[in-house]
Design a protein around this ligand. Structure first.
Ligand code: GUN
Length: 299
């Protein structure tokens, strides 16, 4: 059996077209353009590259991008002060503080200081708390987990009643994706580095989410025949034949999984393009929330 390939590049392009149309409609109807502020602290090359991609995508979709860069030795007060300024700026609908922050800074108070209605990353504890609770909905869903759910939904994967196994428990991916799957009525197991007999869990997964950050750790024999495999991992492995000396692989052994799974996302071209698309979707939503607030004040 060869698995169906879930084409994240195509699905993300479809989502972006919907957002572009939404931005255009907002401009035509209300003369209003959504704005996203990015905050980058320090000079980590990977973070610089991610922020650059987010800013370019804003431009492509007609969203205003407001970039702020602080030096690597910025103080806690400087970072939180900038967030407060952006909270008060009516031209800023969404605020994204790129993570990880330099080691001397505390992440939690920075994320707490972002206005709930501008929390386009969905990392504010109130948004995460609402995600965890039955009958409550967050204002914004974290981007990568949201992208995973859209990939499943648009590929026609049945989530309700499925056994879903999430390998990895990070705040950015593992934990929120597990909560989303549970909200969608899957039976969810969260596995991590201390899980005993990981394969016993993964072999029972109708939906397997790999978000561990270890190259090709999930092998073909760990996958249930016919399962849907979503690979969130992006790992560099040395490859002298590649131009840059390395290539990118996921947390799943793709070649092996292809022979066992029913459907699988490739790396690159699976989850990756969805993350930025969902950030743009959250920014458009933040602008809709701001507009609704203006109308309430005016009436
Ligand atoms: N670092 C890695 N992923 C993310 C993300 O989704 N948002 C932010 N702000 N930082 C990240």
């Amino acid at each position: 059996m060869t698995a169906k390939i879930i084409d994240g590049t195509k699905i993300a392009a479809d989502v972006r077209e919907e957002i572009r149309a939404g931005v255009k409609a907002m401009q035509e109807r209300y003369g209003y353009t959504p704005g996203l502020a990015t905050v980058l602290v320090g000079e980590d090359p990977a973070s610089q590259s991610y922020v650059g991609m987010k800013q370019r995508m804003c431009q492509e979709l007609g969203i205003r991008s407001i970039g702020h860069t602080l030096p690597a030795d910025a103080t806690q007060e400087e970072v939180e002060g900038l967030v407060r300024e952006l909270n008060a700026d009516p031209d800023v609908n969404g605020i994204l503080v790129q993570l990880p922050l330099p080691g001397h800074l505390e992440e939690e108070p920075v994320l707490n200081s972002i206005d709930l209605e501008k929390d386009v990353d969905g990392f504010h504890p109130v948004n995460i708390g609402r995600l965890a609770m039955k009958g409550r909905e967050p204002l914004f869903i974290p981007c990568t987990p949201h992208g995973v759910m859209v990939l499943l939904e648009r590929s026609g994967v049945k989530i309700s009643g499925a056994n879903a196994v999430v390998v990895g428990r990070s705040n950015i991916v593992g934990l929120p994706v597990a909560m989303l799957l549970q909200k969608a009525n899957a039976t969810v197991s969260i596995c991590h580095s201390r899980t005993q007999d990981l394969a016993a869990y993964t072999r029972n997964a109708d939906i397997l989410i790999a978000a561990i950050g270890r190259a090709q750790m999930l092998t073909g024999d760990m996958i249930k025949p016919g399962a849907t495999v979503i690979d969130v991992g992006v790992n560099r492995v040395e490859d002298p034949s590649a131009k840059r000396g390395y290539r990118l692989v996921g947390d799943v052994n793709y070649e092996e999984a292809l022979e066992v799974a029913g459907a699988i996302t490739p790396v690159p071209g699976g989850v990756g393009p969805m993350t930025i698309a969902m950030l743009m979707k959250n920014t458009l939503r933040a602008a809709e929330i701001a507009l609704a607030g203006r109308e309430r004040v005016a009436s």
